[in-house]
Write a protein that binds this ligand. Sequence first.
Ligand SMILES: *Cc1c(COP(=O)(O)O)cnc(C)c1O
Length: 227
Amino acid sequence: MIRITENYLNLQDSLAESAENAGRDPKTVRLLAVSKKKSIDEILETTLLGQRDFGENVVQESIKKIQSCDRKDLIWHFIGYLQSNKTRAVAEHFQWVHTIDRLKIATRLSKQRPDHFPALNVCIEVNIDGEEQKAGVLPDDVAELARAISTLPRLKLRGLMCLPAIRKSFEGQKKCFSKLRKIKDELNADGLKLDTLSMGMSADYPAAIHEGTTIVRIGTALFGERV
Ligand SMILES: *Cc1c(COP(=O)(O)O)cnc(C)c1O
């Protein structure tokens, strides 16, 4: 148990240091604690330290957790591959979806979002390296999907997300995050109002912070290895 607390405090220091190195206010970088495969006790331990945002990637497993935590102050983010037959459960239990990559899923989420909830926050997942086996829309197709999603009444299009190929060098990591930031800037120049870049994980968050990320999605550096 002590390890998570220690990891959390170290991670907060490290996030703040990266932000300061990039000339940014640390408060502009939001930590999404990726709690997939982690227990409710592990999640609750981080809530004692002030953590509120949690990321999950398997629908059934995460809904069980959300229900057993039974805490209205926690914010749940879906970050996995979403099949169309699971959209209702996500629309009813999550506040964010980071992995929208086709209009069909977005349309279903908008229809299924309960009226008494605020609009569902969504990001478009961009296949930033054009990898064949990876989810996400190609950079050239983002604008069309973004415009279509921005008309859906029960969704709020917040921004873009990416899960890049693994790169060891800081320079290489920065280059690909900067590509996502440019796509967002172009969309905003074109009239959209995106305020979110969901990029950076345990191995590459300093580069993402340097390139303007607003949400880092971190699992391993906080909760330890997933088994
Ligand atoms: C698992 C996962 C993460 C967290 O990865 P770590 O390397 O453990 O920090 C971030 N984003 C997505 C989409 C994931 O599936």
